[in-house]
Design a protein around this ligand. Sequence first.
Ligand SMILES: *[C@@H]1O[C@H](CO)[C@@H](O)[C@H](O)[C@H]1NC(C)=O
Ligand SMILES: *[C@@H]1O[C@H](CO)[C@@H](O)[C@H](O)[C@H]1NC(C)=O
Ligand SMILES: *[C@@H]1O[C@H](CO)[C@@H](O)[C@H](O)[C@H]1NC(C)=O
Ligand SMILES: *[C@@H]1O[C@H](CO)[C@@H](O)[C@H](O)[C@H]1NC(C)=O
Ligand SMILES: *[C@@H]1O[C@H](CO)[C@@H](O)[C@H](O)[C@H]1NC(C)=O
Ligand SMILES: *[C@@H]1O[C@H](CO)[C@@H](O)[C@H](O)[C@H]1NC(C)=O
Length: 637
Amino acid sequence: MFSLVPLLLLPLLGILNVAAINHPRALHEKRTGTVKLRQHRRLSPREIVPIQIGLKQLNTHRIEELLYAVSDPVSPNYGKHYQPDEVVELFAPSNETVDAVTAWLQEHGIGEDRVVLSQSRGWIKFPAAVDELERLLDTTYHLYQHQDGSEHVGCEEYSLPVHIKEHIEIIHPTVNMGGKRKIFNHSKKRSLNKGSLLRGPKTNGKKPSQTFNDTANCDSQITPDCLRALYQIPATPEPNPKNTFAILELTPQSYVAEDLKNFFTEFAPSIENTLPKLISIDGGTVTADTLTGFDINGESDLDFEYGMSLTAPQLVQLYQAGDDVEGASFNNMLDALDKSFCTFEGGDDPNDDGIYPDPLPGGFKGKESCGIVKPANVISISYGADEVEFTDFYQIRECQEHAKLGMMGVTVLYASGDNGVAGNGGVCIEKLANGTVIESVNGTIFNPSFPEGCPFVTGVGATQVDPGSTVNDPEGAAQQVIFSGGGFSNVFAIPEYQKAQVDHFFAAHNPPYSAAVFNNSRTVRAYPDVSANGVNYVIAIDGEFALVFGTSAATPVFASVITLINAERLRVGKSPVGFINPAVYSSSFKEAFNDIKHGDNPGCGTNGFTAVEGWDPVTGVGTPIFPKLLEQFLRLP
Ligand SMILES: *[C@@H]1O[C@H](CO)[C@@H](O)[C@H](O)[C@H]1NC(C)=O
Ligand SMILES: *[C@@H]1O[C@H](CO)[C@@H](O)[C@H](O)[C@H]1NC(C)=O
Ligand SMILES: *[C@@H]1O[C@H](CO)[C@@H](O)[C@H](O)[C@H]1NC(C)=O
Ligand SMILES: *[C@@H]1O[C@H](CO)[C@@H](O)[C@H](O)[C@H]1NC(C)=O
Ligand SMILES: *[C@@H]1O[C@H](CO)[C@@H](O)[C@H](O)[C@H]1NC(C)=O
Ligand SMILES: *[C@@H]1O[C@H](CO)[C@@H](O)[C@H](O)[C@H]1NC(C)=O
């Protein structure tokens, strides 16, 4: 008799379901047309799918207010950053949310015996049969096939009862194809960052002259001395052992110890034998004991050669993320920095993030790196992608996590891209006749960068010493080999801190493009925020010196400037500067930047935008003037 009970209950559940389905519903999420997946087959009603429901965090509507309260120079709480535990408490979902969602599941016959609530109350997990799930979410489930051969369980869109919608952020697997990877094409190694996230740098194949002892040739070769001269960065900063500075590298990118030594011997002899401190995230190791070429070593060599030279004797941390089978993404780094992100934000998307322990042969089998290290005061990231490659939810969730880092007093800097108004690889956006949005070499719509569109990160653009000019002349926007990434987000609204300057840009220098080319409504986030030189960098690589170009170069340099400023603030008993955007756009900081007023950032068959007086979508508010920037930040509490 007992074994019959569930069967007898089923028709009853069916009746109850009618009541549940009668709740008014609303669309919750819809798949974007950019993911390279096609429907393979309809799932059968009895197949079991493991479901994860990400509950709405508390206080996310206050995240800007909370962040600006500790980072806006006029706020009485400037610099009073939060402890990690306080951030967790602030954003944990409410009991009301947990209760509402569990009650709704119960109505559908998904009882407490089947449901697991994560320790932090952020995620509800349970196994569900496909027919049950299709009723719950009012959708149909398919097995999708990705171009790389991998398969994903998902649906085109799903809806929720209106009274439940406000309590749920995301459900996996649905439109983000974040479900269990059922089949993976093992004959094909997939590395997330190789094409999609790496910014550069680029090389022109030319060799620098070997005369590095003066600043007379900074228009053709940038050295640490050129940067010190351009931005008045002190040559021998005082050490501050309390200070921290980290640079992210996504495997397979890796530095070569011999290259760093060669560079320091020439440019920073005091750290000749110093290496960065490795912080391994998800199995990341420094693999390149052997020379493996510009594409693997260029970024890391550049980052540490300049980041370490400019801040010596500061110990610089290397966040090396991902094994060399699967690689890693920004979310893998964020998981490692914030325990609450992986345990209750969690739910990394296998389309976009590395999944650890790595299910692939030869991959890292250890535990996922979760809250393994206290975030450094400054994190420099010379990687990036295009907004159009990700769903809005994915971007919003990751953006909020950056706000939390800002609340904890961390400055996160991202390279703004090397293709002007175009995306990585120079591609732009094309809208097909049926409304589908794709990235294409034939696209004519500007292609904004991710995550620069997030208003809680600092985007760094690139400048140059113009040919024939010296370090004493005004720089222009980068116009050699690369163009500074800049533009306007299609996902994020304009933050308060940049409204006045962006309005000024449109009022005084309205760009000659229509709304069909970029979002010119003045209501969306504009980038970059700041800039630094990114042209003709001398780096030691693979046993020789070469010249490289990129916002990849500008970013560790700007990060070094902020690191030196933090050292001085810590020395006088103040906090690190944390999220810098509200300060750098404020009027008292105007004199702390060299305003860049010429050069443009072409792409998508246009000349792009033009660097002009004031903020512009090519070079932001400009390049740093170290002593003035330090003075401004020291004046703040
Ligand atoms: C939420 O629920 C937990 C566990 O049931 C309880 O300990 C806690 O006091 C509740 N919090 C509030 C604010 O009601
Ligand atoms: C797996 O990848 C290899 C190499 O790219 C390809 O030749 C093969 O057709 C793929 N198999 C499937 C099932 O997609
Ligand atoms: C730089 O070094 C070269 C070669 O050693 C020397 O000829 C030149 O005078 C030096 N220049 C300066 C400014 O010291
Ligand atoms: C839109 O058109 C493209 C190209 O013809 C096609 O690949 C895509 O499936 C279409 N999308 C929809 C939703 O019809
Ligand atoms: C771009 O346009 C050219 C010329 O119309 C066409 O031949 C080509 O297939 C297009 N490429 C893409 C990726 O759409
Ligand atoms: C520009 O962004 C605003 C705010 O998100 C939006 O309402 C508007 O539709 C966008 N315009 C275009 C042309 O996409």
